[in-house]
Every structure is written in C-alpha cells, then in structure tokens.
Design a protein around this ligand. Structure first.
Ligand SMILES: [Zn+2]
Length: 287
C-alpha cells in the first residue's frame, strides 16, 4: 500500500478513509456486535486517528473519528475515544514499526479466547506463512491497566493475539494489513474449530514443512509471527528441531505451559472432553 507522502505514514484523509472502510467490513463480516470493536492508524511518529466509543463501526462518518497523541490526549474531534484505546497505544509504544491496530470480537476467535486455547498449531500453510501463531493474552479486567499489560509481551514478536474471554487484536504496517490479519485469524480459528471437535482430526505440518513456510514468510519481508507447533512437537514432544521448541514456546500463556503435552492440545482434560463429545455423537446416531 502506498501513501501520498513518502514517510510511510498515510495523510489524515487516507487514514480516515481506511478506518471507515475497515469499520464497514468489520461490521458486515459480523466481527463485531453492537458498538464493539475499534481501529486506529498512525499518521506521524506521535499521532494517530482512532474510532469513537458508542457508535457502530459499520456506520461511522468522517467527523466521528478522533485524533490522539501516543499519551492518549485528544488533539482533534468531539467524540470520545474508546477505553480500549489504551491497548492500541501500548502496541504503538512497544513497537514503533506498527502503524495500525484493529480490535474485534469475531465469534470463532473469541470462542478460542474463551476456551483459553491459543491458535498455535501448524495446520494451515497460509496461516503459518501469513500470520504465524496467535498467542493468548491472559485475562484482563476491561478498562484497566491490566489490558495493555496483558498484550505487551507479544507486540514485538507476533502479528496479533487473542484476548482471554474477550476477543482478538491484530496490528500491522497499515490499516488494511492489520485488518487482513484479523480476517486471517478468524479463518485460522474457524478451520481449527472444524478440524478440532467437529471433524475431530487435523494433520499438523511437519517441522520441516513449517521451516520452509517460515522461510517463505521471511522472504516476503515478515519477520514476526512466531512459530506454530509442528507434528513432531505435537505428538510426543520428540521434535528434533530445537528452533521449534524454543519458538513454539514463545507465545504461550501460563496455563498452556502447565499442561503435560508440549502442544497444549493433548492434555488429559481435553482428551476427556473429546471422549464425551464422541460418546454423545455415538448415542445420537443410535436414536
Ligand atoms: Zn473489545
């Protein structure tokens, strides 16, 4: 995406245009209900445009948008910015190369966030190459400092994260990239759901396949995204690639680390749930 000015920042007009467009897409795709969600876009090293609170993101107009500085002071606009903007500001303050942030509550990603399951299995080539693993930020009380603190560890190393019991957050070098990452996260979550409890099987990619996909991602200029868990790592913790172990661990939340299996998807608790689901399906079939 190229902008009018060559400093890499969009003009005010371009930033506002992209925010309104992503707001419409977000609402049309059912990624937000009611007045939920928020979008922001930097227009200089210290300033950014963001969405207001209390309005549907599908029906925003130009004059509703708010110009802020990185400390959270409103510089222009009469609408109130969302309290979730603290999370956006933290992303920008942690990683100056990020130029746009999108926050939504897409139903499948949010369900994974509620279940406490990060999107970290190498099952989808496009996801490995495009967004990498999507870690889970621990639960944080809305509106408090806990929220920005919960996402801070992932901002430099990943392209987005799930917010426990809340939703999803993605970032990128412009609004469209941050938005497309949000779409990719929801798609990754949807496929993970279908292949999880609904279909009941997913063939994870091998470590070598993951290595090659990550190489491709690096070649396309994306250095963030972490490393999803490959088949060897998932099966018996026998992965011979040390890069897999160390990388795969990077974005994991605390509860994940406590589980027995390195992949976090074969804990005894989850086996039990899978067993119950299977027996219910079996009984329904018999009727
Ligand atoms: Zn939210």
């Amino acid at each position: 995406m190229s902008y009018q000015f060559d400093d890499g920042y969009p003009s005010d007009l371009e930033a506002k245009r992209d925010i309104l467009e992503v707001g419409r897409r977000m609402y049309a795709k059912n990624f937000v209900a009611s007045n939920d969600g928020n979008i922001s876009c930097k227009v200089s090293d210290r300033t950014l445009w963001c969405t207001p609170t209390g309005v549907s993101k599908g029906y925003m107009t130009d004059e509703m948008l708010v110009l802020m500085d990185l400390d959270g002071n409103v510089l222009r606009g009469s609408w109130k910015p969302s309290s979730e903007m603290k999370m956006h500001l933290r992303v920008y303050n942690e990683n100056p190369s990020v130029r746009a942030v999108v926050h939504a509550h897409p139903p499948v990603s949010t369900s994974f966030a509620i279940a406490g399951i990060p999107l970290n299995r190498a099952i989808l080539t496009e996801a490995v190459m495009g967004i990498g693993e999507i870690p889970l930020a621990p639960y944080a009380m809305p509106g408090t400092q806990e929220v920005p603190d919960s996402i801070a560890p992932f901002v430099k190393t990943h392209n987005g994260c799930l917010l426990a019991n809340h939703g999803a957050l993605t970032w990128g070098s412009n609004v469209m990239e941050a938005w497309m990452r949000m779409e990719s996260v929801e798609y990754y979550a949807t496929v993970s759901m279908y292949t999880g409890n609904i279909i009941g099987q997913a063939n994870e990619l091998t470590c070598e396949q993951v290595d090659r996909l990550i190489e491709r991602r690096k070649n396309s200029g994306i250095t963030t995204g972490g490393r999803p868990l490959c088949r060897e790592c998932s099966e018996k913790d026998t992965c011979r690639f040390s890069s897999c172990r160390s990388g795969g661990d990077s974005g994991r939340s605390q509860p994940e680390k406590e589980r027995e299996c390195c992949c976090g998807h074969h804990s005894s608790e989850e086996d039990e749930v899978a067993q119950i689901v299977r027996s219910v399906i079996e009984q329904m079939r018999r009727r």
